[in-house]
Design a protein around this ligand. Structure first.
Ligand code: GDP
Ligand code: MG
Length: 192
């Protein structure tokens, strides 16, 4: 039996500079967004085939406000699936830069993911089955030994949320993120 196209609203959230726009643009246009414009906020559309089902995704790349805003609340209300983005640990040179700009560290961006996760559950009326994936970005910048992978994996496992390690630059595991999210959304909305 063939089915019609399914439509889903996906919202990409996370701290500024973690790589939300690069992730989104790699997924919808298959190019790497080199320039960093933290103010860009845009909705994109892409059709994805997941296990034989065609899913039309509207992907909203948000402009990463660090604190809770009314706009954030509006986006969360309209979203059916969420991509929560943090950036992986940095190499030594970048660590010095982030010392000067602490909002960009892995710890800070992971904290932001945790805040967003709690906001989503709160705004969705305490529903902890809402489709979410957590994404660590910029894996290409990280030396293997610098990634505190097990810490992050156990944290995300405690949250019960699937976790992906990506690079928008190298196109590592970008489509897996959205495939995984669509599977959760299809399981949650099997017919409507
Ligand atoms: P946003 O504020 O979360 O949307 O962050 P952006 O997507 O604009 O990324 C911030 C900066 O990091 C940009 O200069 C990107 O080119 C860069 N960037 C994003 N993803 C990657 C990646 O996977 N690898 C590398 N090396 N740089 C990245
Ligand atoms: Mg952006």
């Amino acid at each position: 039996m063939t089915r019609g196209m399914r439509h889903f609203n996906v919202v990409v959230l996370g701290a500024g500079g973690v790589g939300k726009s690069a992730l989104t643009v790699r997924f919808v246009q298959d190019v790497f967004l080199e320039t960093y414009d933290p103010t860009i906020e845009e909705a994109y559309r892409r059709i994805l085939d997941v296990d034989g089902v065609k899913a039309s995704l509207e992907v909203l790349d948000t402009a990463g406000a660090e604190q809770f805003t009314a706009l954030n609340e509006f986006y969360i209300k309209s979203g059916q699936g969420f991509v929560l983005v943090f950036r992986y640990h940095l190499c030594l040179l970048f660590r010095f830069i982030t010392y000067l700009s602490p909002s960009l560290t892995q710890e800070a961006s992971l904290r932001e993911v945790n805040n967003l996760r709690q906001q989503i559950y709160h705004i969705k009326g305490g529903d902890i089955t809402i489709p979410i994936v957590v994404v660590g970005t910029k894996l290409d910048l990280v030396a293997e030994r610098e990634v505190s992978r097990s810490t992050i994996q156990s944290l995300v496992a405690r949250w019960g949320i699937p976790f992906y390690e990506t690079s928008a630059k190298r196109n590592w595991h970008i489509s897996d993120v959205f495939q995984g999210l669509v599977k959760q959304m299809l399981a949650r909305h099997p017919d409507d």
